[in-house]
Design a protein around this ligand. Structure first.
Ligand code: FES
Length: 178
């Protein structure tokens, strides 16, 4: 039986380490760079934070790995699993559910043929359910990656939203010559 080729574990590229270290003079202690560092890491790894790089981040910040991992899991803005290029974070807390968030999630599931926590085969979309985004007055609310919110969503508006995002991704691909 042929062994599967080993996949290299993700590591922090030197330029990413340098970017984190460059933040240190702005703060009284290294651990205070935690949120900035995790944003940099997430951006560098396409929208998520691989567990393998957490010890490296911890070493730089002079904290324990578990402290970094706890922060990753505490904040909904950080993803501990791979996500799509457009990660659709739907608030499914009380106000949004009362205003139809479950229907929005179902419409996304139907249109994208994935469930929350999954990524489309082309890597373009993923769905996440998040706790209150703090905009209950404009429920139901969705956030795409870390952009500003889409508010007052309707089931009827879901196809148009996905078309808009597909057009945006196609434009980005064209710009990169893909
Ligand atoms: S419950 Fe959805 S924004 Fe507050």
């Amino acid at each position: 039986m042929t062994a599967e080729p080993a996949t290299a574990a993700p590591v922090l590229p030197p330029e990413l380490r340098d970017r984190i270290v460059a933040e240190f003079p702005k703060y009284p202690e290294k651990r205070a760079v935690m949120l900035s560092a995790l944003h940099f890491v997430q951006e560098a790894f396409g929208g998520w934070i691989p567990q393998e790089v957490v010890p490296e981040v911890a070493e730089l910040l002079e904290v324990r790995s578990i402290e970094v991992w706890e922060v990753v899991h505490f904040y909904a803005m950080f993803n501990a699993e791979p996500v799509g290029r457009c990660h659709l974070r739907v608030c499914t807390n009380l106000s949004c559910c009362l205003r139809g968030a479950r229907g929005i999630v179902r419409a996304l599931e139907e249109k994208l043929a994935i469930r929350p926590g999954e990524v489309t085969p082309d890597g373009d979309f993923s769905i996440g359910e998040v706790e209150c985004l703090g905009s209950c007055g404009t429920a139901p609310v969705l956030q795409i990656n870390n952009e500003s919110y889409r508010e007052g969503l309707t089931i009827e508006g879901v196809p148009g939203l996905l078309d808009e995002l597909r057009a945006r991704l196609a434009a980005a691909d064209a710009e990169e010559g893909k």
